[in-house]
Design a protein around this ligand. Structure first.
Ligand code: PRT
Ligand code: MG
Length: 213
């Protein structure tokens, strides 16, 4: 039995066609079912439905053999305990610095509000810039509007959320997409099954990319 950890919402939706290529179709819809363990049309594969930020933890500890997680989440997690064999190319967005339209980023020490503390610290450290990082769990866009911070670091897709709050993107930190992650022990113990799945997902992710271009 292989257990795959996924989060509801955009990752689940975009992973469905990839999983279907491997014959994996959940027998229930996690958006309507309250079940956290979903059987699939393959009796050797089940899905566990967890919060996006918890996927690396479940996989690292072997509670799931595989998982699908955003690169943003993986960058915040110490991923020494995981293999990351595949970029699935789904749930794409950009990790960016953003600030109010009418404000320039001042020289010197600035305050940055974000959920992505590690990525933010690493980015500004690479630039040799002193910043004070303020950890938030959501609604980052609000922080510069009420004087909590000078700017934010957040994920941007269409840019609508920034625009709606009078913010503009300033700098790209990282292009983000979702990755397949694998538990290190499972990779050894269940090598044949995992290897086969990785190959199919890789091929299907490539097909999707070709269709897009
Ligand atoms: O929502 P929940 O609190 O349960 O957890 P989560 O926010 O971690 O999960 P979810 O499902 O919202 O996001 C899962 C993953 O999708 C993230 O880890 C990213 O890798 C990826 N992803 C892709 C995104 C976006 N695009 C995205 N646009 N995650 C979040 N957003 C948010 C962003 O934070 C901002 O609030 O959408 C808003 C910006 O979108 P635009 O289109 O207005 O620019
Ligand atoms: Mg969300």
């Amino acid at each position: 039995m292989l257990t795959i950890a996924v989060s509801k919402g955009r990752i689940f939706e975009e992973a469905l066609p990839l999983l279907a290529a491997a014959g994996i179709r959940p027998v229930e819809n996690p958006n309507t079912s309250r079940k956290l363990i979903l059987a699939t049309t393959r009796d050797d594969i089940r899905l566990v439905i967890i919060r996006a930020a918890d996927v690396p933890t479940f996989v690292e500890y072997g509670a799931a053999d595989l998982g699908i997680a955003g690169k943003d989440v993986l960058l915040e997690h110490d991923s020494a305990g995981l293999y990351e064999p595949l970029d699935l190319g789904i749930a794409r967005c950009r990790l960016m610095i953003a600030a109010p339209i009418d404000r320039k980023l001042v020289e010197g020490r600035i305050r940055v509000a974000t959920k992505y503390v590690k990525s933010t610290q690493n980015y500004f450290a690479r630039k040799g810039r002193q910043v004070e990082v303020i950890k938030l769990y959501g609604s980052m866009e609000l922080a510069p509007l009420v004087g909590l911070s000078d700017c934010i670091v957040d994920l941007v897709d269409t840019g609508n959320t920034l625009r709606a709050n009078g913010l503009k993107p300033l700098e790209l930190i990282e292009n983000i997409s979702s990755r397949l992650v694998v538990n290190k022990a499972a990779m050894k113990m269940k090598h044949a099954a995992i290897d086969e799945l990785v190959r199919i997902l890789e091929q299907e992710a490539r097909n999707v990319r070709t269709q897009e271009n």
